[in-house]
Write a protein that binds this ligand. Sequence first.
Ligand SMILES: Cc1ncc(COP(=O)(O)O)c(C=O)c1O
Length: 423
Amino acid sequence: MKIAKKTIISDINKNLVKYYKNYNTNLKYDGITLSEPPYDDREAKAILKNFINGNISQGKNVKLFEKSFSKNIGCKYGIATNSGSSANLLALTALKNIYKLRDNDEVIIPASTFATVAMPIIQVGLKPVYVDIDLDTLNISVEELKKAITKRTKVIMPVHTLGMPADMNKINKIVKNKKILVFEDCCEAHGASIKKKKVGSFGIVSAFSFFVAHNITTGEGGMILTNDRKIYNECLSLREFGRINQDKLQSERYYSDKKIKNYDKRYVFTKIGYNVRMTDLQASVGVIQTKKMDKLNKIRAQNAKYLDNLINKYLSKNFMTTKYIKNYFNSRYTFPIIIKKNCKYSRKSICDFLEKNRIQTRPMMGGCLPDQPGLRYEKGRSVGSLKVSRLIKDYCFFVGIHPFVTKKQMVRMVKLLRKFLNE
Ligand SMILES: Cc1ncc(COP(=O)(O)O)c(C=O)c1O
């Protein structure tokens, strides 16, 4: 059986190399897709090898992925999950359990971001506090954040929007000597950094997403990173049904207390948990993706610089782009374009035009979260007018800037837009 497996794997491997060498449709394509999973024969081989060998649920590849990704970002521990949303849910539950947060304690987040930044906060019984963003970076405004802090503030959850690091130094200064925890949402910012220190290593805990559109991907997937052993152990247990602490699992097989005697620890549940595990198939891809990440991010940054120059040179009457900040590395999940108020064309008409020309577009995620139908009647507190978040909701869209986007495709897009806007 073992020989047969080896033969199958070897035959498939040979064909995969040939297939991937001859297959790059993007070069023949004149449009711009939002994302392309940066896979080659290595990811395909890993999936097949692990599938054939039966490594299909959480196992050694998950451990390997946790180790390599946490090391790359600069954290001690990683806990892989089935999505970024689950990573947020688990990390918030862990913080609530460990720090004994009370229902309706407040978590400060940017108003303009993805839905499952706010939703897990509500799901665990805490309250999201929506704070406006800066137009220059699309990240949480530090000035507005200061105004939002009350006695009930227990967590600040900055999001590194579209790969741009939030101002972590100022945020960490704000919480110094206060009992406020910093939880970084890095779901859009793998490998982004401030003075070469990667985001995800500034707060007490952080969360990443490996959804298909992101800088590196396992299809669906997520990871929590931390240097805190208590948070690590709590997340391990929460990830698997609230099972007894994993550390204790290692030492002895059986558990006893007043009500159960010599019971297999795998089936001892000490808290209310979830099942949000990642599969070994996904993790085997994650290990390879992690190795490629920094190189891929450099190409994204080069592409973004090229497009930024083109837009500011030829389309500045109608469009604005976000700012560059010295020593900040923006890992460029996607490229945001802000339509100036004086532009005669609506976002809808511009995006419809681009889509008709095979250039995919999206609005800025959740726009302004407290305006969303699913959130507007839920608990939550908005600070100030959220003017910028609402402007972004109506006047911003993004296009793909992934490593397979070519200069030719970007030039074509800008030429088309110049014509459309009469610039
Ligand atoms: C800022 C942010 N947080 C959380 C998530 C959720 O990640 P996932 O789609 O893996 O659940 C996303 C999704 O893209 C996101 O952009």
